[in-house]
Structure formats: C-alpha cells, structure tokens
Design a protein around this ligand. Structure first.
Ligand code: ZN
Length: 227
C-alpha cells in the first residue's frame, strides 16, 4: 500500500528555472502545489506559461495570487521604467539591475510559507539561481538560509516542533547551461515556458533583455535547441 505523497509548495513563474524546479519536485515524488503571482509585472504573459506548465506537470493545485507590487513600482518590471537591452555579460555581472523587484522573493516565500502551513507541508521549492544572475540579493544562499531559519520561528508548525520547514533550491549553484540540460532530462517542454521581461503583445520574447540573453546563452552552451 502506498502512503500518500508528501506535499510541496512550488513557486512557479512560468520561466525555465521555476518550471525545471517544479519538474524536479515532481520527480522526487512530491505532490506539487504550484503558486504564481500576478504582482503587476509587465510580462504578465508569464502567467499563461505558468498555467500551461502547471497543467503539463499535473500539479495537485495551481493558485495565482494578486499581490499588486506595481502599486509601489521601483523596478523596470513593475513601473514605467525601460527594461535594459543588449547588455554584455560583463555589464550583467555588476551591480543590482533595475529589473530587481524590491523584496519580491521575501514576499513570494511568505505566501508559500502560509500555504505550506495550511497544507501541513514542510517543503517549499524555489528556482533561484546565484550563478548566472547578477547580484539579486534575494537569490543568494545566505538569504535562503536566513529565510529558512525565520520560517521555523514564524510558524505554529515550526514552534510546536511538528515539522521542520525546508526551502529547497536545487538550481542555486547551477549554470544556465546546466539548468537547460537538467530541464531536457526532466522533459520540461521548453516551448511552454516564458522567460522574457519585455515581450510583445503576442508574448513573443524581445530577444534582447537580460532574461532572453541568459536563456540564449544557456541553450547555446548546452548545445540544445530552444524549441
Ligand atoms: Zn526579452
């Protein structure tokens, strides 16, 4: 007789990284509860990708929460600020880009934590990556470690010792090329994912933003075609 599978909350933007992270959680036997956010992002098209990936992966449930971070603005993704285009690898490697959304992963993880506690799940998956991205402070291992400590102080489940909350970051130290290879092994349908920060009205990627360029570079280095 099979025990019912452990539940995991999987943050899902609809991009390649979060889709690969979801596929990994599923491969590892978790029943996946996918969580996406309509936070006022300019590339709202990614939510359609998230829905397609969630359906493809057969998640137990997919929720899209409204978090309206565009009320604050302060980022090229949530305000009327131009998305940087055609930046070189050297330019991307320095400083925190204007596409950083203030406190976004802290906010997203907090919603994931709330859902995890309700579902009596102790596992949250987030597809952050510290290698190829230029200095997003909320993608670093020290942020994740601190968040995990906080999560166990902040929840009833943690304080009562019923469970120890774990933030899984399986992509944290992979290169984009390694993520592409892993995605291929896990049969992630590349064509259903969406990475571009500044797509056309039909969702077509711009080909020039950091997200597009990193994706192209990853596929090139992996020797895999982005179908
Ligand atoms: Zn783009």
């Amino acid at each position: 007789m099979n025990a019912s599978p452990k539940k995991a909350i999987c943050l899902l933007s609809g991009g390649l990284d979060s889709s690969t992270c979801l596929a990994l959680a599923r491969r590892d036997g978790f029943a996946c509860y996918a969580l996406s956010f309509d936070y006022g992002q300019r590339h709202k098209f990614e939510l359609e990708a998230a829905a397609r990936i969630a359906a493809h992966c057969g998640v137990a449930r997919h929720l899209v929460l409204q978090t309206g971070l565009d009320a604050f603005g302060g980022s090229a993704l949530t305000a009327d600020i131009a998305v940087p285009k055609a930046r070189s690898a050297g330019e991307m490697a320095h400083g925190i880009p204007i596409t950083y959304v203030p406190a976004r992963n802290t906010i997203f993880l907090s919603f994931a934590l709330a859902w995890a506690e309700v579902l009596e799940s102790s596992d949250i998956f987030i597809g952050v990556n510290a290698l190829d991205y230029s200095g997003y402070p909320d993608c670093r291992p020290e942020f994740i470690e601190a968040y995990e400590r906080m999560a166990n102080l902040a929840t009833k489940a943690g304080v009562e010792g019923r469970t120890r909350m774990r933030i899984h970051t399986p992509l944290l130290s992979l290169s984009k090329a390694q993520i592409v290879q892993l995605a291929q092994e896990l049969h992630v349908p590349f064509g259903l994912t969406h990475s571009c920060y500044d797509p056309g009205a039909d969702g077509r990627p711009c080909g020039q933003c950091d997200a597009c360029l990193l994706r192209q570079k990853g596929f090139e280095e992996a020797g895999i075609e982005d179908r």
